[in-house]
Design a protein around this ligand. Sequence first.
Ligand code: FAD
Length: 392
Amino acid sequence: MNDIFNPSPEHQQLREMLRAFAEREVEPQALEHDRTETFNLPLFRKLGELGMLGVTLGEEVGGAGLDATAAVIAHEELAAADPAFTLSYLAHAMLFANNLYVNGTEAQRMRYLPSACSGERIGGMCMSEPGAGTDVMGLRTEARREGDHYVLNGAKMWITNGAISKSELGDVFLVYARVKGAERSQVSMFLVEKGYKGFSLGQKLEDKCGMRASSTAELVFEDCVVPVENLVGQEGHATICMMRNLELERLTLAAMSLGIARRSIEIMNRYARERVSFGKTLDHFGQIQRHIAESYAEYMAGRAYVYNTASHMNLKEPGHRLDSDGVKLYCATMAKNVADRAMQVLGGYGYMGEYHVERLWRDAKLLEIGGGTLEAHHKNMTRDLASVEKIL
Ligand SMILES: Cc1cc2nc3c(=O)[nH]c(=O)nc-3n(C[C@H](O)[C@H](O)[C@H](O)COP(=O)(O)OP(=O)(O)OC[C@H]3O[C@@H](n4cnc5c(N)ncnc54)[C@H](O)[C@@H]3O)c2cc1C
């Protein structure tokens, strides 16, 4: 039978391998890293040993050469144990590594991607700014060409993997900026490394509601000198790179929502069979049955939508805008609601860290904001549907 969730034996093996890894290594450290707001770099590097940091990259740079469905499996399985750790993985493997692999030159790929695949270097992507998030084309970071280099000035906000520890920058970033004098639609992309003159950490972004084990930083560029060979793609033509990468970002963020929802359902389902109230286990009560049954049905609907979208996604070509917005719109809220119901089913215990669902609930909220807010998805989807007469 055709299984859209594991379309080949390779996908099935990938899922089994990652599920075992997540249960054995990711789950046990999740609560502690949430509490201390620390990124687990040694564990992250183990994903490199498993070939996961370059899951969608070609073997010539050390990648696994797999497709969008494999990327979805990785995010779903890891997020079931620790969404914050998975967000750092997404920023590195999808927003940095896959973005550079698709849009960079051979020389840029060979220079940066083998070390990104091994986990030696940690990457991130800088689009958002203190004054420009949803209105991303309103970005103000400016690049000025001076001979054999560009000079960058500006600041980027909310950058996942921006800092590896509370005081140390991440290793390498794809940074969107506008070359002086360019029009609003003409954005360029640059590779900026830790250690470049004029590149530093801005204000600390701590005490997040959720995703606390993933570092988030403001990055500042003050007359930052970037060699001309670090321009990715043509000057003024990176908007298409940004859009193409956003599709994969939204798909994999939706996959993270699936992981959160599945885990929440498993926890509330088990608890409802064990907890006794009024002489019966909770699963005898209609209101509790509704929480469990509706959660399962919504999770399965979201799962089918995500895997169907992944099966059509060509990582090198944009063209999945409507459904990449659609899967994230649906799954982000679905996961938040499911985690909320799980807390309700667990009562007071659900409110405590050791029962996990309060962490999943806090982490789930980010997925309604990062990579595009719900309102951005509404706007984008309505625009794309405006030219459609028949949906199927
Ligand atoms: C933990 C975390 C990690 C992140 N990681 C990264 C990263 O690695 N790289 C990166 O570049 N960015 C990252 N982001 C930024 C994220 O993508 C932005 O926060 C998001 O796009 C929203 O932008 P904003 O925060 O500026 O909100 P705004 O754009 O200011 O929006 C505020 C509110 O207004 C609404 N709004 C805005 N415009 C409209 C409109 N036209 N119609 C209706 N409503 C509107 C929004 O939907 C939202 O509700 C991260 C954010 C967080 C919190």
